[in-house]
Design a protein around this ligand. Sequence first.
Ligand code: CA
Length: 250
Amino acid sequence: MRKALAIFVLFFTLALFAVAPARALVVFTDNFSGDLSNWTVMSGSWSIVGGELSQSEMSTYARIKINSLNLQDVSVEADLKYMDLFPNSWCYVSLAIRSLDENNFYSVGTLQQISDAEGLPTSNLLLLFQVCDQGEWKRLVTVDMGFVGQKDRFYSIKVNAEGNNFKIYVDGVLKIDTVDTTLSGPGGIFLFTYRCVGNFDNVIVTNPTSFNAVPEPAPAIALALSIAALTTYGLIRKRTGNKTIIKSPN
Ligand SMILES: [Ca+2]
């Protein structure tokens, strides 16, 4: 009887304290296994090729926007890569957030690669954090990645914007942690390429300040075991006066 009570208390305590970790709310995800009905092409030529989003007009400033998203605090991650570079040029593949319109947005996780006369990557790959403020581009932070970028190689970019703080990760490593106050309100999200053929995949947008508490299997099992223990040993609770007595029915 005491053993049963001890088991019950143990599992019930586990059930109470084994709370599922809060998870940021996923508001959009696309791995390009379907169509582009959740996107709006603003410029360039965008299509799904081999399960990736591809922009194929080399000389264009090409943009594609996620439909119906307007977020201030936001986390965006995506895989970005160059397929072909415009010769003797600098080329971008990038994400943009807090876009009020085509002249006001943050260009975050921008990878800039310089190309030679044959359109081959030369000089080091740069990670840029920029703001386009009323049509005027300002470079806020530049990080030299320390290597020449490769064609047809995905780089995983993640941007976390909360208030005026911006954190930018490349392949899971924090590269930029900075503050800017130019665009502090909510806005849209788009992808863009400049002077290159570029591909994107695995776009995930989360709201870092809104959480889903999803029940984990562990607490559910602990609760079920607690109830099973309670039922099996026929514990009943009987109130007498101000005291609560727990005892077996026999
Ligand atoms: Ca894919």
